[in-house]
Design a protein around this ligand. Structure first.
Ligand code: IPE
Ligand code: IPE
Ligand code: MG
Length: 245
């Protein structure tokens, strides 16, 4: 079924669209290897899928979409793969930002940007500047991101400000995602059931959804299934079932 049609159907009968969907886009390497190709081929396909996912989420009225693109730990991969990913990131930012802007998407990169080379930092700045006033989908790309890094940098900012009475609110306000909501639905593709240092703080009460599909195969139909599953959950936030129903 074409993605557009799937999206329309999802809109018609999906009761509630999670305001913030976060996705650990895992399985690119295996997807390529299954086809007898190099891992990087999977990253290219994964990037295409990410672009489609942003479009689908925009159409569905998702407010925030956070995509885990490169973790603090992914630097440990073979140098050739890391360079490919950095080039792909820079090229995609350049090629896609105009279209994102046209679609009213606000793009931000969450992560330690200082870890990137100057050229990539510039490409990130340009894309963020271009789209900063848009009020459609907030697309957060987590790159050189780690949940532990995020919490540590927030604590460090408070220390620099001389704050000694650290509260959850104060710390939360210094996280890289401080301007946005916590994740409602956290999806991981690729069959693994772990967080891999993604949004540790912001996923405290996320509904978790694990898919065996490899990321380049995760289409609009698969997203719809995840959203339907989300709609069958009862979010209790520590209360009893009776209190929240
Ligand atoms: C996720 O796919 C993309 C990145 C981590 C950059 P992987 O590259 O981890 O794919 P698998 O898990 O090896 O199949
Ligand atoms: C998590 O995937 C990071 C991204 C999807 C960007 P990994 O493939 O790096 O996770 P692990 O190493 O299997 O936990
Ligand atoms: Mg992986």
């Amino acid at each position: 079924m074409p993605d557009q049609q799937v999206t329309e159907q999802a809109m018609q009968h999906t009761a509630k669209i999670p305001p913030h969907i976060a996705i650990i886009m895992d399985g690119n390497g295996r997807w390529a290897q299954k086809r007898g190709k190099k891992r990087v081929f999977g990253h290219k396909a994964g990037m295409e899928r990410a672009r489609e996912m942003a479009e689908t989420c925009g159409e569905l009225g998702v407010k925030y979409l956070t995509l885990f693109a490169f973790s603090s730990e992914n630097w440990k991969r073979p140098q050739e793969e890391v360079s490919f990913l950095m080039d792909l990131f820079a090229t995609s930012l350049k090629n896609e930002s105009k279209k994102l802007h046209k679609n009213n998407v606000k793009l931000t990169v969450i992560g330690d940007k200082l870890g990137f080379d100057k050229r990539l930092q510039k490409a990130i700045d340009n894309a963020e500047q271009l789209t900063r006033d848009n009020d459609g989908l907030n697309l957060q790309i987590a790159a050189n991101y780690g949940g532990r890094w995020d919490i540590a940098q927030a604590a460090s900012k408070l220390a620099q400000q001389g704050v000694t009475e650290i509260t959850e609110d104060l710390l939360g306000q210094q996280l890289i995602t401080a301007d946005g909501p916590e994740a409602d639905l956290l999806i991981r593709t690729g069959g693994e059931q772990r967080i891999s240092n993604f949004l540790l703080w912001q996923a405290a009460y996320s509904e978790l959804y694990f898919s065996d599909l490899l990321w380049p195969d995760f289409d609009a139909q698969a997203l719809k299934q995840a959203i339907d599953d989300f709609n069958r959950r009862q979010r209790r936030f520590g209360q009893t079932g009776e209190q929240v129903s």
